[in-house]
Design a protein around this ligand. Sequence first.
Ligand SMILES: [Zn+2]
Ligand SMILES: [Zn+2]
Length: 153
Amino acid sequence: MGGVDKADQYIQYYCFNQKTQKWYKRVFFKFLEILKYNAYRLFLLSPNHQTVGNSPAMTYLQFSRQIASSLIDEYCGIGTRGRQSAAPVPSRLIERHMPNIVGKKSWCHVCWMKVSAGKQDKRKQTMYGCLECGKHLCLPECFTAYHTMAKYC
Ligand SMILES: [Zn+2]
Ligand SMILES: [Zn+2]
């Protein structure tokens, strides 16, 4: 019971709640505020945010401000952590890789993938390939395809 009272108190202090709003908007923002308060409680309980003494790691106001600024940063595309919009480019496409003798003859990686995908009939064995990638690749087509195309099969 005490927890609920305290939550109501916090939410009342901080809730964005204008009188002129439609009732469903008020419900929505109140609900959003409850979610934020729950997140704050969990934040305080998390072992990574414990402090020495009685003072919390962050006040509810600081917590709210941090959420707001993180959302603004992300919306403006200046967020430093979290999701990246593009997948990282594989090193095989940006580094200098040279054809080499990789070892004993084995299946060419690209041919193998193409046959598996049903885009080629035969797979070839080769002793050539890329040492950096550790892949057998037949020369010149499969080696070139592997190092220039994101989707080589
Ligand atoms: Zn091949
Ligand atoms: Zn390579």
